[in-house]
Design a protein around this ligand. Structure first.
Ligand SMILES: Nc1ncnc2c1ncn2[C@@H]1O[C@H](COP(=O)(O)OP(=O)(O)OP(=O)(O)O)[C@@H](O)[C@H]1O
Length: 275
């Protein structure tokens, strides 16, 4: 316990969520409870994966931690600050990268710095450094539509790194990529994560991806999303997906998810029937 009564949790943690609830469209007939009573701590430099059935509120939790939406109940801290607005310390990366097609790659990467008024020369230097960390210096002066899907996601990661975030929030960032590119991107992300020292909170539907990446896998229930269980993975990386340990983890996570996915399906069918 800390000494400040308004900050009773360890403010050293990268993210602290206490009693988080979110009801979309609250106080309207369309009120929709997405999250209930979520308590989650993420340590500095930790890689945490959120796994759960469709619609259980994983993305909602990322938006709340990013400060893009306000929770209905509970509180969120990131290091010493209560989260109430977005901050360059917390970068969000989506599945569909939205690069500006009319800007060169380096200008996309340094876009956040231009808003902050950083001079051009410095912006280009920061972009070069961030692009070198994702192996794309050669593509600095290209336009986004000259790059493959995997390269565009690496640009999105470079853009996030250019702001030197302490927390990277990643919402199914590799879901649109083919299997081989996805595996390469996972290796690449682990390298970048180790170099940057940032904490990562990564949403995926893929049990394989969770087992390849996470220090801890947080399994959500069906909506309203609550934490069902947290599975620690204490295996060195890169992990052999065919090892007995990875196989056992996949089986455990599949069991944990099965009932929740069935419940989520049943609810979505009922919703579709009633409109
Ligand atoms: N802006 C919004 N307004 C109203 N309801 C929303 C909004 N965003 C999400 N929801 C609802 O909140 C619930 C949780 O959605 P969310 O996208 O967070 O789930 P998810 O677990 O990320 O789903 P998926 O895995 O399918 O991406 C869903 O029922 C969704 O329809």
């Amino acid at each position: 316990m800390g000494s400040d009564p308004f900050l009773p949790y360890s403010s050293k943690d990268a993210v602290v969520c206490r009693g988080i609830g979110k009801t979309w469209a609250i106080d309207t007939p369309r009120a929709h409870e997405a999250l209930r009573d979520v308590d989650l701590d993420i340590r500095p430099g930790e890689f945490v994966v959120l796994l759960g059935p469709s619609g259980c509120g994983k993305s909602t939790l990322l938006y709340l931690i990013a400060g893009l939406e306000a929770q209905t109940s509970g509180q969120i801290w990131s290091f010493h600050d209560e989260v109430t607005t977005p901050s360059p310390d917390r970068s969000l990366i989506f599945q569909e990268t939205s690069l500006f097609p009319w800007l060169a790659v380096w200008q996309n990467v340094s876009f956040g710095l231009s808003i902050r008024g950083v001079p051009l020369k410095e912006r280009r230097a920061v972009a070069r450094d961030a692009l070198s960390r994702v192996g794309l210096v050669e593509a600095m002066d290209k336009r986004p539509d000259e790059l493959s899907g995997g390269m565009r996601q690496r640009v999105a990661v470079a853009r996030a790194l250019a702001m030197r975030p302490k927390v990277l929030l990643m919402d199914e960032p590799f879901a649109a990529l083919d299997v081989q590119t996805r595996a390469k991107m996972q290796d690449f992300l682990l390298d970048v994560w180790r170099d940057s020292g940032a904490s990562v909170l990564f949403v995926t539907h893929s049990i394989d991806e969770a087992v390849a990446l996470a220090d801890r896998v947080v399994v959500f229930t069906s909506r309203p999303g609550r934490i069902k269980t947290i599975v620690p993975i204490d295996l060195p990386r890169p992990r052999d997906p065919f090892s007995p340990q990875c196989e056992a983890l996949r089986r455990l996570l599949t069991e944990e998810l099965r009932g929740e996915v069935d419940r989520a399906f049943a609810e979505q069918e009922a919703l579709a029937r009633t409109g």
